[in-house]
Design a protein around this ligand. Structure first.
Ligand SMILES: Cc1ncc(C[n+]2csc(CCOP(=O)(O)OP(=O)(O)O)c2C)c(N)n1
Ligand SMILES: [Mg+2]
Length: 802
């Protein structure tokens, strides 16, 4: 019989210790939240919240994991609202400071949601936007497989990538997209532990739907482990009449169960007496328990029972991803447990006092790491120092910098599109086959060939843990694509889901930190679909993941391929996205310069204080290249050091304006020919019209803002690139800006030195046709530029068509 089995002494002692720690974690996390809301005067009288109920839900599971199950190589994404639990555990392990706890949700303190970049302790994956932290774990596991398949990461064993997730997170579509992708790649070392409290933010989660989700996991190769009942209940179920009680619980609607949890022992008794009146054996069980014991029994769900949890974790298979569905009670152990509206609930002062007394914590000892624990301090400390998870201290690894030399020097002749240039640079890197080529990993959501990654893939192969020859090739059938799959391959082909692209990039771009091996990830997608994956892109940047992403083709230049896919807003996304340097070159030689710089930039690492310097370049980041399929005549020129710097800083004069010129044309990207031709025509009746090539509106504007800030802080000599560029334009002159994107990408240039501006760009989209037709239709052609010149100067222009 279950209950009669004797437990080894060590195991019993370990469980007793964990039970004490569980109480302590609940106390500290609750007190952290309470303190932030009641004790800290933030001057604005606002409560900062803290999601006590949501936090309490995971206390037992996290106690079992962190103090017993986890190893240093395991990486965890902790549910956003369990942040206090995570930090409390770190504190007990001696890896978090008291002042950080006391400043929960405050400026510079522990973050509301675990954050790799802002928290000072050891957060593996940021969470916050629900679904993303969960899904990144599976991709991290695939990256781990990749790194090990290459024979790297020898000093760091494979770990489990774990998500501690809310049940409502399964409503997010990105989770389901990820599950399909994992299946294709043979995911293994991944655990998703679902905090199945059957509550979301607003309401109660549907139980019947959830069991369908469990079937979905199984269908996709996961082992599903239910952690449904605790040991108390399991023992009672084995007694006479116990099965009836189990049936009663299984049939109990979530709403009723939640209400009874909230109401407590007497309510349980009333309900059970009524429902089980004709089952004397079962009633006897109920009557044997007093109100407190009855409430304990009836809320003894698996997710709050250390023994049941440990049994499940320790018995999990090693060769499959595992989904644990842990039944829990939102707010367990707190006064609002089970209440359907408890998500944002905060404990009152009286309630926290009652909790303090219940946990045996003396006044004034609220923050003591070990106060209120009923085991000898030395024994607890000894246990804590031996917790396997903490044996490596802070687990932030570093990957050595990858040398870029020799970076290919290509000659660019004739007509070329930037997308073609992009493919050629990668192809040449692959051909040269140096350390750079070895560390690049490419990926694309089903647009590998159409974004020009084909030549790279032909040379480097597709990644898969299992080898598979290219059948077409084996049979001698003609195809430009050689798509053999093997563990040596360096391209990860994804299905069409841009969320997955950015989540995979996010994981690849953290490989140095998670696995100690630096990768240089390059992803491609059609530019408009950046919006489809935007939250995951933002998430990747927030985690300080490092990668290059090429959005191509972009803008109206997609012309005949489909009006629906013309991207307009992406240049603004590139500018506004923190952690992402955006470029939109017109020519292949510019792109080559940018790519070389980008492979260095994504590897830079500087401390947070570097942020305070006026230019943040030393800090590094990710890079976005907005490219086009429009072939342009390439300039025949040598890239001088000055030109190189201009391209990187975001712009240079293609043709310097004469001092008295009344006009300059500023262009960005594939509209270069229109800008140049219009300038040529305008020069017939206007003196020395300048042409400014913008390769990065993002970096020009960032540099400008930074320089202004630096000057305001006393660094008066600082001048940004864009200020240097525009100061040569007479103050009376006007700027005509033109770009194949939203006009405000460049219109701000007028603010730099006070020039009048006419900003041309795309405000409407959707027609397909030739580029000439579409540029004409939407006002981006030569004639539109001439019309703008006429409009802004008030004088007719000779060559303008009416
Ligand atoms: C993408 C996104 N949408 C909405 C929210 C706001 N939000 C925060 S938690 C939450 C629901 C949480 O439910 P669950 O995942 O079950 O966690 P629990 O608190 O019940 O453990 C919502 C809607 C969010 N953080 N991210
Ligand atoms: Mg929930």
């Amino acid at each position: 019989m279950e209950g009669a089995r004797m437990m080894p002494v060590d195991e019993a002692a370990s469980l007793a210790m964990l039970r004490e720690l569980e109480r302590k974690v609940l106390w500290i996390s609750s007190y952290m939240i309470h303190h932030a809301n009641h004790e800290v005067d933030r001057g604005d009288g606002l409560k900062v919240g803290g999601h006590q109920a949501s936090s309490a839900s995971l206390v037992t599971l996290m106690t079992a994991l962190y103090f017993r199950i986890l190893r240093p190589q395991d990486r965890v994404a902790v549910k956003p609202h369990a942040s206090p639990v995570f930090h409390a555990i770190q504190y007990l392990l001696g890896q978090q400071s008291l002042d950080q706890l006391q400043n929960f949700r405050g400026f510079g303190g522990t973050q509301s949601y675990p954050s790799r970049t802002k928290d000072k302790d050891d957060v593996d994956f940021s969470t916050g936007s629900v679904g993303l932290g969960v899904a990144v774990t599976g991709f991290a596991s695939l990256v781990q497989d990749y790194v090990h398949a290459k024979g790297w990461s020898k000093d760091w064993p494979k770990g489990r990538m774990i998500a501690l997730m809310g049940d409502a997170e399964l409503d997010e579509g990105n989770i389901h997209e990820a599950l399909l992708e994992y299946w294709k790649h043979g995911l293994k070392n991944c655990w998703w532990v679902i905090d199945y409290n059957r509550q979301s933010l607003d309401s109660v989660v549907s139980d019947r739907l959830f069991m369908k989700l469990a079937a979905l996991f199984e269908n996709l190769g996961w082992r599903v482990v239910l952690i449904k009942y605790g040991k108390l209940l399991q023992r009672v179920f084995a007694e006479a009449g116990g099965q009836r009680l189990k049936e009663w619980i299984d049939d109990c609607p979530n709403m009723l169960y939640s209400a009874l949890v909230f109401q407590g022992g007497a309510a349980w008794r009333r309900q059970l007496e009524q429902d089980l009146a004709i089952h004397p054996d079962t009633l006897a069980i109920v009557r044997r328990h007093d109100d407190t014991a009855l409430a304990n029994l009836m809320t003894n769900l698996g997710g709050h029972d250390l023994e049941a949890i440990i049994e499940a974790f320790e018995g999990a298979p090693g060769d499959q991803p595992v989904c644990f569905i842990a039944y829990t009670i939102k707010g367990f152990g707190l006064p609002f447990q089970g209440h359907k509206d408890n998500h944002a609930g905060l404990m009152t002062k009286a309630q926290i006092e009652a909790l303090r007394l219940r946990e045996g914590i003396n006044q004034g000892e609220e923050w003591d790491r070990l106060s209120g624990l009923r085991l000898p301090v030395a024994q607890i400390e000894d246990f804590l120092t031996r917790v396997p998870f903490r044996q490596q201290g802070r687990r932030r690894l570093q990957g050595a910098r990858i040398a870029l030399e020799p970076f290919p020097k290509l000659e660019w002749k004739g007509q070329l599109a930037t997308q073609t240039g992009f493919g050629r640079v990668l192809d040449e890197i692959a051909r040269v086959n140096g350390p750079l080529a070895e560390r690049i990993v490419t990926t694309s959501p089903d647009v590998t060939v159409s974004t020009n990654l084909g030549p790279w893939v032909n040379r480097r192969g597709l990644f898969s843990l299992a080898s598979q020859e290219d059948l077409f090739r084996e049979r001698g059938l003609m195809s430009p694509q050689r798509w053999a799959l093997s563990p040596k391959g360096q391209h990860v082909e994804l299905g069409i889901a841009e969320m997955n692209l950015f989540l995979l990039l996010s994981a690849l771009g953290l490989s140095h930190s998670l696995f100690g091996e630096r990768l240089l990830p390059v992803g491609t997608l059609y530019d408009p679909f950046i919006c489809r994956g935007l939250d995951a892109l933002n998430y990747a940047c927030y985690q300080d993941s490092r990668f290059i992403v090429a959005g191509t083709p972009s803008g109206l230049t997609l012309a005949p391929e489909g009006g629906a896919h013309q991207s307009i807003s992406t240049p603004l996304i590139g500018m506004a996205q923190d952690g992402l340097a955006a470029f939109e070159p017109a020519y292949a030689d510019e792109l080559a310069v940018i790519m070389e710089w980008a492979f260095d930039y994504i590897q830079r690492q500087a401390g947070e204080d570097a942020e305070r310097r006026w230019h943040r370049d030393e800090k590094g980041g990710s890079v976005y290249l907005r490219l086009s399929t429009r072939p342009l005549d390439q300039p025949l020129r040598t890239i001088t050091a000055d030109l190189r710097q201009g391209i990187i800083d975001g712009g240079y004069w293609l043709r310097q304006p004469e001092p008295a010129a009344e006009l300059a044309i500023v262009y960005c990207g594939a509209v270069a020919p229109e800008a140049i031709e219009a300038a040529g025509l305008l020069c017939e009746d206007r003196r020395g019209v300048g042409v400014l090539a913008v390769t990065s509106a993002d970096r020009l504007s960032a540099g400008w803002h930074a320089a202004q800030r630096a000057r305001e802080q006393g660094d008066r000599g600082v001048r940004s690139r864009v200020e240097e560029l525009l100061c040569v334009v007479s103050r009376d002159a006007a700027l005509i800006t033109v770009t194949d994107g939203y006009p405000e990408t460049l219109s701000w240039l007028g603010g730099v030195c006070g020039h009048r501006v006419r900003a041309l760009g795309v405000e409407h989209f959707g027609q397909s046709g030739s580029i000439a037709e579409i540029y004409g239709h939407y006002g981006l052609d030569v004639n539109a530029i001439l019309a703008a010149a006429e409009g802004i100067s008030g004088r007719p222009v000779r060559y303008r068509f009416q």
